[in-house]
Design a protein around this ligand. Structure first.
Ligand code: SAM
Ligand code: SF4
Length: 366
């Protein structure tokens, strides 16, 4: 049985609550400028990660509601040419579930030779598709991997697919999509003990590992602050085996706090760092003030924030024959009212500031 989530309030037309002044780019009332577009190509997925999806899946969008390659390309072009978008990430659901992903990437690349295009994926299918994705013009890849143990992987993803993900990561590297980035979410008592092993595995292969704090965006609404593995706890786990020092350089809107990784006490023979590790502390060390993101869901709706309760329909406008200028104007109005922060700054989900969005992570496009 699939679950149908409530859809957030949708504005398809009409003025934004406080009209956006005429200005270049995707600016908001709080002085931020969005230059990084996260676009979901599909809501469907072939895994059921407990922190994201319910066991029975969700009610998937009908194919006709998904953006076509031409529609995706048109919106990206409006974003890049008129609104100052400088980076594109394709996500989902699971983007590799779309058989025409290579076509989407090739179409965007044809119009934007210099645009960094990255992909966030669970890696299943990369063994056969990584070379074609690279040839289509994909610049970089993030592969989600939470455990190196088959039973733990199965418990977390509710599917027995560890071998395919590991092979997919190797295939991505072999296809030249380097440096491969790995995203890991830690769950208390399930895989948090694996943090050092995941880091050692990534360092050995030259993969860039980033831990992401679990956010309350699961369809089952099972998140609790008490059970969430915090950035501080992740650092503590890692320092049982490695020594971490802050990576030099400004963060500049990047969500991951980067650390240089050195061998642990006793193993340290001098020399430089073994590599870096990133920790994305969206809950305990939020970075909303520096956010550069704008999002489009698989059915073409703008979300100004991961945690938004409101969406603005861009695809409907496009399908009604809007000009590029009209699409850009609606996009700007949607971003102007971006919330100042996600509301989890104060501890406790009973905080009046935090209300979990109706959509879960896979349906938003993480
Ligand atoms: N299916 C692809 C994948 O897993 O990489 C792309 C979509 S998934 C929603 C994107 C990223 O969001 C993944 O790295 C996943 O681990 C992360 N994610 C999903 N639910 C999350 C949650 N509740 N908290 C933090 N990260 C989450
Ligand atoms: Fe699917 Fe990615 Fe969500 Fe896991 S995190 S269920 S792979 S969309």
């Amino acid at each position: 049985m699939s679950v149908s989530l409530g859809i957030p309030q949708i504005r398809s037309a009409g003025p934004a609550p406080s009209p956006a002044p005429a200005r270049a780019g995707l600016v908001d009332r709080h002085g931020r400028r969005a230059t990084d577009l996260r676009l979901s190509v599909i809501d469907k997925c072939n895994l059921r990660c407990t922190y994201c999806m319910p066991a029975d899946g969700l009610a998937w969008l009908p194919a006709a509601q998904l953006m076509t390659p031409a529609e995706i390309t048109r919106l990206v072009t409006v974003g890049v040419d008129r609104l100052g978008i400088t980076e594109l990430r394709l996500t989902g659901g699971e983007p590799l579930v779309r058989g025409d992903l290579e076509e989407i990437i090739a179409a965007v690349r044809a119009g934007h030779p210099g645009l960094p295009i990255s992909l966030t994926t669970n890696g299943i299918g990369l063994t056969t598709r990584a070379p074609a994705l690279a040839a289509a013009g994909l610049s970089r890849i993030n592969i989600s991997l939470d455990s190196l143990d088959a039973a733990t992987f199965r418990a977390l993803a509710r599917r027995d697919r560890l071998a395919q993900v590991l092979a997919g990561a190797e295939a991505a590297a072999a296809a030249g999509l380097s440096p491969v980035k790995i995203n890991a979410v830690l769950m208390a008592g399930i895989n948090d003990h694996e943090a050092p092993a995941l880091l050692a595995w990534a360092l050995e292969r030259g993969f860039a590992l980033r831990f992401i704090e679990q956010m309350p965006l699961d369809a089952d609404h099972g998140w609790t602050r008490e059970e969430m593995v915090t950035a501080a706890q992740i650092r503590a786990r890692l320092t049982t085996r490695f020594r971490l020092t802050p990576h030099p350089g400004a963060r500049d809107g990047a969500p991951a706090q980067l650390w240089d990784v050195h061998p642990g006490p006793g193993d340290d023979a001098g020399g430089g760092p073994l590599g870096t590790v990133g920790i994305i502390a969206s809950v305990t060390e939020p970075f909303c003030g520096d956010c550069k993101r704008t999002r489009i869901t698989a059915e073409g709706r703008i979300r100004s924030c991961l945690f938004s309760h409101e969406e603005v329909d861009l695809l409907e406008l496009l399908r009604a024959g809007a000009t590029d200028a009209e699409l850009a104007e609606r996009w700007q109005a949607a971003m102007w009212v971006k919330p100042v922060a996600h509301g989890m700054e104060r501890p406790g989900l009973d905080s009046p500031d935090y209300v979990q969005p109706a959509r879960s992570m896979s349906a938003i496009g993480g």
